[in-house]
Write a protein that binds this ligand. Structure first.
Ligand code: ADP
Length: 340
């Protein structure tokens, strides 16, 4: 992994008088795969637009390859390619859509072959698809054409905004494979915003967590939004859909978000040690995924309708017989809850 490709300092972006993104510092090494997770509205798309140099930050600086770069500046325009959440295809043939970027650059050398190759990367046969109008594509095929239109440019950076949301499973897999191939063949840096955290943990060198426009670390933090109400014994709480209560100490504000960094899980039938400050919630393991960068196992436990993330050692998973579908107790210490 090389020098930082991006170096971001004091970045602030404001929409309608409200700061929706605030990143004090972030560097992204060349050739890395960075995942961005966070709830809806947390600033993921805004972040991608800024590092994609299609929008100018309200304040702060984004240096690219060691030099501050402005939106659409020549040094980034042909290198950084953003695939937005709602990819736009022109009402023309697939071939025209895929070739568009190269035509703008007047880079027409062996165009047909390059279109064919780009389409084959996303599992589309040029003989069948090249002449098809874009309106005659399924959602998944259209998304693959949108990606082929970026891949044909051999970008240094590929920014993918929810590339696999609401498309069929085969298209999603082809898109994932093509993005990783760009990275392995050309060293393309990938920055991917996705709700598919299992995929991100599996492929990313680093996963960042955006919450209300701020970076929150690794994404393993559990963020529980208010409102909070006064509960028993001077504690405050939030009642979940199944009647269980998340307990916390008095929040700074009723609407503050609680951050639970560490939650342990134990099989449900094991008696819970009755320690002060320890809260136990009943939930079901929904997923266990291996994190590529750390070798840790990331577990997701659904408590009522709230997903919790925990980090587990392989031995813990084995010795406790943890598997998706298993009912467990999720334990956290009230005094370790931070406020966001
Ligand atoms: P995410 O991608 O995580 O869902 P976004 O980056 O789209 O989040 O949005 C972050 C915040 O900025 C939201 O509150 C959203 O309503 C607001 N926002 C996004 N784009 C615009 C825009 N063009 N004009 C005004 N507000 C916007």
């Amino acid at each position: 992994m090389g020098e930082p490709l991006y170096f971001i300092t004091d970045l602030v972006h404001v929409y309608r008088g409200q700061a929706v993104l605030r990143i004090d510092r972030l560097d992204i090494p060349a050739g890395s795969i960075v995942g961005v997770i966070g709830p809806n509205g947390s600033g993921k798309s805004t972040f991608l637009k800024l590092v994609g140099f299609v929008e100018k930050p309200t304040a702060g600086e984004i240096a690219y390859n060691g030099k501050p770069a402005a939106p659409f500046a020549l040094e980034v325009r042909h290198k950084v390619s953003l695939m937005p959440q709602e990819s736009f295809l022109m009402k023309r043939t697939v071939s025209n859509n895929v070739a568009y970027g190269l035509k703008i650059r007047k880079d027409l050398d062996r165009l047909e072959l390059r279109i064919q190759t780009a389409l084959s990367w996303v599992g589309l046969d040029a003989a069948e698809f090249a002449k098809r109008p874009s309106y005659a594509l399924s959602g998944g095929e259209a998304q693959r054409v949108a990606l082929a239109a970026r891949l044909i440019l051999k970008p240094e950076v590929l920014l993918l905004d929810e590339p696999t949301a609401s498309i069929d499973a085969l298209s999603a897999q082809l898109i994932k494979d093509a993005a990783l191939k760009a990275r392995s063949e050309w060293g393309t840096t990938l920055i991917i915003a996705s709700h598919d955290w299992q995929w991100l943990y599996g492929v990313c060198d680093r996963v960042v967590h955006l919450v209300r426009g701020r970076l929150m670390g690794s994404g393993r933090e559990n963020i529980i939004f208010g409102p909070w109400e006064p509960g028993p014994n001077g504690l405050w709480g939030k009642v979940l859909a199944d009647g269980q209560r998340i307990l916390v100490q008095k929040p700074p504000e009723a609407l503050s978000a609680a951050v639970i960094d560490h939650a342990a899980i134990v099989p449900a039938e094991r008696p819970i040690p009755n320690r002060d400050h320890q809260v136990s919630l009943s939930g079901v393991i929904t997923r266990l995924a291996l994190e590529k960068a750390s070798g840790d196992i990331i577990g997701s436990v659904l408590v009522a309708n709230l997903p919790f993330t925990t980090t587990l050692a392989e031995s813990e998973v084995r010795e406790n017989g943890l598997y998706p579908g298993r009912r467990v107790q999720l334990l956290y210490d009230i005094t370790s809850v931070r406020w966001f």
